[in-house]
Design a protein around this ligand. Sequence first.
Ligand code: GRF
Length: 207
Amino acid sequence: MVKFGILVSGTGTNLQAILDAIAAGQLPAEVGVVVSNVPGVLALERAERAGVPTRTLSHRDYASRAEFDAALVRVLEEAGVDWVVLAGFMRLLTPTFLRAFPNRVVNVHPALLPAFPGVNAQQQAFDYGVKVAGCTVHLVDEGTDTGPIIAQRAVEVRDDDDLEALRLRILAQEHALLTDVLRSIALGGLRVESSGDGRPKVRIESP
Ligand code: GRF
């Protein structure tokens, strides 16, 4: 059974969606460990309530990004995870980390990449005045939200929306999209195809 390591930094609603899907028998996988870079966040409580091992690695305790990432890799390897999922994780990962899990790190981003990468993506879209927003699940590469796209979902922006209404509408789709992608990974895996124009394309393997 595929084992996921989940990295979190805060609220953990994406983590909760994964835990709920597993508990409901909709995601045939297990969570080996949940690691937060911030102590005491709600995401850690969610993991503990589900009986999932947790660790906190504060990036402030490490002299460099590479040293933090090396410690993170050790924790994930000790937990025997096959894939790493960034679920509201707010740090960039270095090549040190990505080399340990090549094409095996998945992130959920609250915008239709390549539009609005980086932080506060929902605010960027809202302020821009888009009529369609959404979310993306992608493989993580060394850039900021630039890795090969696995799946996306569009979300309508309504004229009477405020930022919070839009953020919540996107978040609900993040939960559905992320658990759908993890189910595909658990059942069949992903195939990354290099293509002529240089950007690799991700294909979901059918079970
Ligand atoms: C989500 O919108 C996620 O896309 C972004 O952080 C937000 C909070 O995620 N990276 P969560 O509730 O901590 O899972």
